[in-house]
Design a protein around this ligand. Structure first.
Ligand code: PEP
Ligand code: MN
Length: 343
């Protein structure tokens, strides 16, 4: 249910509605808008009727929301959400470009890539310290040491950092050291982790599961918002299909599909989507053209030596080219590639 407040409703009246909703054992989510405030209600609405709230002071109307997703939907919040990661805006007219190695392997490797990403005009450094690997014998990440490397590189470069939390045991450490917490494709439906992410105090990058529908992706995000964290960026990273010329199939149509239903930003990861270096630039162009709010790209100075995902990592000079191309394309789709002070 959505309670739409009158245009001249006072903050006290909004607060009164929130208290009333909570008194019925439900959650209230005030959503400030340009014209008026709305209060979204989640929880078990089975026994609660709209008439309970209709006559409260300041209330204009109470709407039933038919979709399974509520807080992530444009019905609840028509205006696009802009998520701030450090100084970087994701979801506004500015494109947000996240780049870096698949895994943090050493300080030298990470700072080297970070500087190249920064010089090329990238905005956020990515790097996994905890790695979800298909084989237990593959490199599992440097763990806490990797997070400390990322934090040090952030200090030295000014680039905000995004890193993956693979389970609830490591979530707090990732939230402490990184500016944004990534929840990977394999964990998109790990509901315990999603709920904890909703309480971790950091913006979340939520990647689409490799067999997940757009509805399932949005419902996964709903878990995070329902715990009080509105700062979620979605990521299309390719899904499993019968196509065998790429690691996954990049479902570009997910971008406008999500944007139609949801106010949350959505970026594209062409690296995991294709699994091949040669496909990353063309798919990045396509992602910007389709209206993505940003990109996440794997970059490595020596991909042949990378401890994970070397085949899909582009070289720093290829990242230079990617940024040049994105800068040329951005105005065609009404976007800009910003330069942030202090980066
Ligand atoms: C990653 O970003 O390195 C990663 C493991 O991604 P995904 O969860 O999309 O496979
Ligand atoms: Mn990877």
């Amino acid at each position: 249910m959505l309670i739409v407040m009158k245009m001249d409703a006072t903050p006290e009246q909004v607060e009164g509605v929130v208290r009333n909703v909570e008194a019925h054992g439900l959650k209230a989510h005030p959503i400030p808008g340009v014209q008026r405030t709305a209060v979204g209600i989640t929880g078990n609405l089975g026994v609660v009727g709209a008439n309970l709230f209709e006559s409260l002071p300041g209330v204009l109307e109470v709407l039933r929301v038919s979709h399974p997703y509520k807080l992530v939907s444009r019905e609840f919040k028509p205006a696009k959400t802009v998520v701030r990661v450090g100084d970087v805006a994701v979801g506004g007219p500015e494109l947000a470009i996240m780049a870096g190695p698949c895994s943090v392997e050493s300080y030298e490797q990470t700072v080297g890539v970070a500087r190249r990403v920064q010089e090329a005009g990238g905005h956020i450094l990515r790097g996994g310290a905890y790695k979800p690997r298909t084989s237990p014998y593959s490199f599992q990440g440097l763990g806490l040491e990797g997070l400390k490397i990322l934090a040090r590189v952030r200090e030295e470069t000014g680039l905000p950092v995004v890193s993956e939390a693979t389970d609830i045991d490591v979530l707090d450490a990732v939230a402490e050291h990184a500016d944004m917490v990534q929840i990977g494709a394999r964990n998109m439906q790990n509901y315990t982790l999603l709920k904890r992410a909703g309480r971790c105090g950091r913006p979340i990058l939520l990647k689409r599961g490799m067999t997940a529908t757009v509805t399932e992706l949005l419902l996964a995000a709903e878990y995070i918002l329902d715990e009080g964290n509105p700062n979620v960026v979605l990521c299309e990273r390719g899904i499993r299909t019968f196509a065998d010329h790429t690691r996954n199939t990049l479902d570009l149509s997910a971008v406008p599909a999500v944007q139609r239903i949801s106010h949350l930003p959505i970026i594209v990861d062409p690296s995991h989507a294709s699994g091949k270096r040669s496909k990353v630039l063309p798919l990045s162009r396509a992602a910007v053209a389709v209206g993505a709010d940003g990109l996440m790209v794997e970059v490595h100075s020596r991909p042949e030596r990378a401890l994970s995902d070397g085949e899909q990592a582009i070289l720093p000079e290829e990242f230079d080219q990617l940024m040049d191309e994105v800068r040329q394309l951005a105005p065609v789709v009404g976007r800009v590639v910003p330069v942030y002070a202090g980066q």
